[in-house]
Design a protein. Structure first.
Length: 278
């Protein structure tokens, strides 16, 4: 009997998962090296959809200490990747919201302390490893900076040029119209339509102070369509830091969860994702 691979993937989300990586992984804290290893693992705690690094405890160049502060409540942001699946954790959920058994530690160097930034999972397959809070450190893979979270080897971003007619509207106002879009296909996410700036009514929109990072595409700046709440931070464009996203550099994309996208005359259904609300 044939197996749908996405069902296999979704079926593992409730488990503690790991995958070795051949990359040289380095982390620093306050200018001090914390680890430099060729033996890192990518780890997904149960219900997590993005990985973080686990490194050999014996290769740490920092001390692990019992936390000196009481654990504050870490809010949980859950959503459903697919309609009939149990909810998973939105990446906004903080590192300290652990979903597997284990022990937390502070990471201490000569000049800085990262509170509760290490976690030793209670699992025999991860014995001798500690998981590090990605946001607490500066990271390199080989000699390149990485941002957001480690890249998932099972996550793919494909970009294709297209001549289909793409129109974007909100509250009946056309915000973009083009035959020169680039379509971005990303694992587990809806198709995104990246549109040349000359085909976008940026004159109807306001630049936003919001910035986000994506480990595959770079740092995004945003625009707001004033008026409806759904127009807040509704469009974005990525910077040029990652060569493998060069096809979309300078192009503008809209959250098709919150606008009306018509492709070759066919109105597309609005997908439901964590970005459905501004």
């Amino acid at each position: 009997m044939a197996t749908k691979l996405s069902d296999v993937l979704f079926g593992t989300f409730s488990q503690l998962r790991y995958q070795p990586t051949a990359k040289r992984v380095r982390a620093s804290l306050g200018g001090n090296a914390v680890v430099d290893t060729l033996n890192a693992l990518l780890v997904w705690e149960p219900r997590r959809i993005t990985p973080i690094f686990a490194v050999p405890e014996g290769e740490l160049r920092a001390e692990l200490a019992a936390p000196d502060q009481r654990q504050a409540d870490v809010p949980e942001f859950g959503f459903k990747m697919v309609r009939d699946a149990p909810p998973v954790l939105d990446p906004r959920t903080g590192f300290s919201r652990h979903t597997s058994a284990g022990e937390e530690f502070d990471v201490v160097t000569a000049s800085a302390t990262a509170s509760r930034a290490a976690f030793r999972p209670d699992d025999p397959h991860l014995a001798g490893y500690v998981v590090l809070d990605f946001g607490a450190f500066d990271w390199l893979e080989d000699d390149e900076e990485i941002i957001g979270h480690p890249r998932d080897p099972f996550h793919r971003v494909d970009i294709r040029a297209s001549s289909v007619r793409v129109e974007v509207a909100l509250d009946g106002v056309t915000l973009a119209s083009t035959n020169g879009a680039h379509l971005l296909y990303e694992t587990m996410l809806p198709v995104r339509y990246y549109i040349p700036r000359g085909d976008v009514r940026l004159d109807l929109m306001e630049a936003s102070r919001k910035r986000t990072v994506c480990p595959y595409k770079g740092e995004a700046r945003y625009w707001t369509y004033p008026g409806p709440e759904t127009g807040r931070n509704v469009a974005w464009s990525y910077d040029r830091r990652f060569r493998d996203a060069a096809q979309i550099h300078g192009l503008v994309c809209f959250f098709n969860e919150r606008v009306d996208v018509t492709v070759d005359g066919v109105l597309q259904a609005r997908p439901v994702t964590p970005w459905s609300l501004p």
